[in-house]
Write a protein that binds this ligand. Structure first.
Ligand SMILES: NC(=O)c1ccc[n+]([C@@H]2O[C@H](COP(=O)([O-])OP(=O)(O)OC[C@H]3O[C@@H](n4cnc5c(N)ncnc54)[C@H](O)[C@@H]3O)[C@@H](O)[C@H]2O)c1
Length: 251
């Protein structure tokens, strides 16, 4: 389905990003994996993608570092699909949020997306190529959730970044959308489910479809947003949250 297309995925050594890279490779795209992790720490993530795309490559790119992002984009022979997915979460009650925690979330989750997406869009426009840009938001970008104010605010910013870019890049046939996962039993939420009992207790009450989601479900939606079926879709936030944002009150 994505034959001849070249994709980058940021945060590709993490759980969701790695599933995205794998599914894009399975759909025949050539994939570049970007992450801040060392090559050694990313080795198994790369190997899983290379099982489908033997030419898949790994690059260390800190999305906060604009010079490094520009350099890594310039190294790509062509670029069709961008998954701006790298992100962090560290829970702190609002009254205890530190300046460092606030800045880290905005720098990585929001400014990181701006850096990657603007650099990628500039290349697509310079090359005269249509493109797809897919950001990883979250259901908590529009619904407040306890103890993650900087994270939620960063994802709310991502949602508006999507709409702004979609509006201005449509003329270049660059389509910009986001996926908004709910609670996935992997990656950031997977670690919180394991390590934070109060988080697991809250989660047990809020998913109408009961179970947390999987990285595969999220990655399949990314392939959909990268493919021909969504050629008339831009500026959308595609929510895959098992109904979390519909609210489930104890009845
Ligand atoms: N897991 C969930 O339930 C869930 C739900 C909603 C949204 N998300 C979003 O999915 C995305 C991926 O998260 P995940 O759950 O796979 O977590 P993860 O920790 O498994 O993956 C995140 C990856 O981002 C990388 N990263 C962190 N800082 C970076 C930087 N400065 N530059 C480049 N890479 C960096 C990490 O090294 C890691 O490999 C995030 O944007 C997250 O907010 C996750």
């Amino acid at each position: 389905m994505l034959d001849g297309k070249t994709a980058i995925v940021t945060g590709a050594a993490g759980d969701l990003g790695n599933a995205m890279a794998r599914h894009l490779a399975e759909a025949s795209a050539s994939v570049s994996l970007w992450d801040i992790k060392s090559e050694r720490d990313a080795q198994s993530a790369l190997a899983r993608v290379q099982a489908h795309d033997p030419g898949a490559r790994y690059s260390i790119v800190d999305v906060r570092d604009r010079d490094r992002v520009d350099q890594a984009i310039a190294e790509l022979p062509r670029l069709d699909i961008v998954c701006s997915n790298a992100g962090i979460v560290e829970a702190q009650p609002f009254l205890e949020v530190t300046g460092e925690n606030w800045r880290d979330h905005l720098d990585i989750n929001l400014t990181g997306c701006f850096n990657v997406c603007q650099a990628a869009a500039r290349k697509m426009v310079d090359d005269g190529r249509e493109g797809r840009i897919i950001l990883t938001s979250s259901w908590v970008g529009s619904i407040p959730w306890p103890e993650i104010t900087p994270y939620s605010v960063s994802k709310a910013g991502v949602n508006m970044l999507v709409k702004q870019m979609a509006r201005e890049l449509a003329v270049h046939r660059i389509l910009v959308n986001a996926i908004a996962p709910g609670i996935v039993n992997a990656g950031l939420a997977g670690r919180q489910l394991r390590d934070e009992p109060q988080y697991a207790a809250r989660v047990a009450k809020v998913i109408p479809l009961v179970e947390p989601g999987s990285p595969e479900e999220i990655a399949q939606a990314v392939v959909y947003l990268a493919g021909p079926q969504t050629a008339y879709m831009t500026g959308s936030i595609l929510t895959l949250d098992g109904g979390c944002s519909l609210f489930q009150f104890d009845a």
